[in-house]
Design a protein around this ligand. Structure first.
Ligand code: GLC
Length: 542
């Protein structure tokens, strides 16, 4: 398989508004990112993915853009952005930006013009219809919003304030390509493309049989033509890295987006784990990983992540955020960094930050959660019960500020944070993690270092073993003479490991473990502690 810099990279996601505030307005900012670059570099990550910081009314935390070529004042300004790129590059790191082009804000001048009259030259920048169909959007009961001004409905896949662009219109596409060149010419190193498979819509908008299954929003005819055109006109002219956010995708469709010969994207995020599995389901995860490996290996590149700004922090959702917080955080880290595909670290994950449970809906900000709450309560649901039911997966679980130290507001801001800090910051914070050689932070650092030094973690084949085991996730990664054995007990009970007979070796070397382990201990059969993780190098014999 062709070797490239980005396949070997580890990405660190910066949700800047919750990262580090330098001007006391309660929001993180780009200056704060600059000030903490040494920290990210110390961890070892080499690509930073920056969530949207474009001008925006901020209805969906920057995913509703009103000006693509300027920076939101909360985040900073263009001069600070330019300095950020420079500082990132000075450290030998790269920066990718969020590209949000399925929709804009309803305050974007294009939309203001578009809605002003039916014969406005920008009318066709968005999707207007006389009638609506029965589709649901991500955040509301209908994808259609009636606009009294012209007596028609416009289409939105997300909030009412996020009208979808009409990608059928070549003028829209040209505007977007021009904007992409603007940022690429500034020197950014690529894009994380927001819901990029939603650009093409089903012709005629026929009613859905089951409107609750919103997969009709994505992967529609025409999408690959758009992406190939984008590649041809923009992407291929730069040495960059692209990752598409692609909900509802199967591996068969996945290769169409990231196939190396197709001229579309480099990698993708699929959501088979994070969207379709409320809690850890070992059999399902193994099956998903295997299917994606078989579907993509040798053809295109995958990504690995277990949380981001839209998904509850991994220790809380999939691991154990009380007794085994540190152990489970390390165990999932070992999993993410040894599975085939690029690992993504979401800020705070590297110190084992947890989800939150605030007291009232007023403590929350997430538009997805708030809209759902209103919808259910309006339908007659008991407010407390509705609230409780939304807590586990609220996106604010992962959006609370990074906990830098044990001072007020976790050292995140000198002002009032835009969202409450997780009260556990006195115990869980960066300062503490950096002072403890056994911390989650240093485990991530070691994993990243291992990846930098061993190509097997990037280019090695993946061979799962003990596939029926409900506690142990184990596999081999092999590249030429190098053979690694990963053994993870993803459970809060001890587990018995027995090496299958077909694996033979002459010598073994323990490369990393999250419990004190005797490197000479036989691995033919042994007991793993809760969330115990070990990575071995096997030598000799096959
Ligand atoms: C993506 C983003 C999410 C946002 C949505 C609409 O899923 O990750 O935060 O709300 O797109 O842009």
């Amino acid at each position: 398989m062709k070797k490239t810099w980005w396949k070997e990279a580890v990405v660190y996601q910066v949700y800047w508004r919750s990262f580090y505030d330098t001007d006391g307005d309660g929001y993180g900012d780009l200056e704060g990112v600059i000030q903490k670059l040494d920290y990210i570099q110390e961890l070892g990550a080499d690509v930073i993915w920056l969530n949207p910081c474009y001008e925006s009314p901020d209805v969906d935390n920057g995913y509703d853009i009103s000006n693509y070529e300027s920076i939101m004042p909360k985040a900073g300004n263009i001069a600070i952005f330019d300095r950020l790129i420079h500082e990132v590059h000075t450290r030998g790191m790269k920066l990718i930006m969020d590209l949000v082009v399925n929709h804009t804000s309803n305050q974007h001048p294009w939309f203001l013009e578009s809605r002003s009259s039916k014969d406005n030259p920008k009318r066709d920048y968005y999707i207007w219809r006389k009638e609506k169909n029965n589709w649901r959007s991500y955040f509301t009961p209908s994808t259609w919003e009636y606009d009294e001004l012209t007596g028609e409905y416009y289409f939105h896949s997300f909030a009412v304030e996020q009208p979808d662009l009409n990608w059928k219109n070549p003028k829209v596409r040209e505007e977007i390509y021009r904007m992409m060149r603007f940022w690429l010419d500034k020197g950014i190193d690529g894009f994380r493309m927001d819901v990029i498979n939603l650009l093409a819509k089903i012709d005629g908008f026929p009613d859905a049989q089951n409107p609750q299954d919103i997969s009709y929003l994505g992967n529609n005819p025409g999408i690959h033509e758009y992406l190939q055109e984008m590649h041809e006109k923009v992407l291929k002219h730069y040495d960059i890295f692209t990752v598409g956010e692609i909900p509802f995708v199967t591996p068969e469709d996945g290769v169409l987006y990231v196939g190396e010969n197709r001229g579309e994207l480099h990698t993708l995020f699929h959501f088979e784990v994070c969207d379709y599995m409320e809690s850890w389901d070992m059999m399902k995860v193994k099956e998903i990983q295997k299917r994606w490996y078989e579907g993509l290996w040798g053809k295109g590149w995958n990504s690995q992540f277990l949380n981001n700004h839209d998904h509850t922090r991994l220790v809380t959702r999939f691991g154990n955020d009380t007794t085994y917080r540190v152990e489970s955080a390390k165990c999932f880290a070992a999993l993410l960094h040894t599975l085939p595909g690029m690992p993504y670290i979401y800020q705070g994950e590297e110190i084992g930050m947890t989800g939150v449970r605030f007291e009232s809906i007023d403590d929350y900000n997430d538009i997805a959660m708030k809209n759902k709450y209103m919808e259910e309560v309006e339908k007659g649901g008991n407010p407390r019960e509705v609230f409780e039911s939304l807590l586990p997966l609220s996106r604010d679980n992962s959006r609370t500020p990074v906990q830098w130290n044990d001072t007020e507001n976790a050292g995140f801001t000198s002002g009032t944070p835009w969202i409450k800090v997780n009260p556990n910051y006195k115990k869980i914070n960066v300062e503490q993690a950096l002072a403890d050689p056994d911390s989650v932070f240093y485990f991530y650092q070691k994993l990243i270092r291992l990846r930098k030094e061993n190509e097997v973690m990037v280019y090695g084949t993946y061979e799962p073993i003990l596939e029926e085991d409900l506690q142990i996730y184990s596999y081999l990664r092999s590249l030429e003479k190098e053979r690694w054995l990963v053994i993870l007990n993803i459970s809060d009970q001890p587990a018995e490991f027995k090496l299958p007979d077909f694996i033979s070796y002459q010598a073994k070397e323990l490369l990393l473990a999250n419990y004190p382990a005797n490197a000479d201990e036989s691995i033919d059969s042994f007991t793993l502690q809760p969330y115990e993780s070990r990575i071995y190098r096997l030598r000799g014999k096959e």
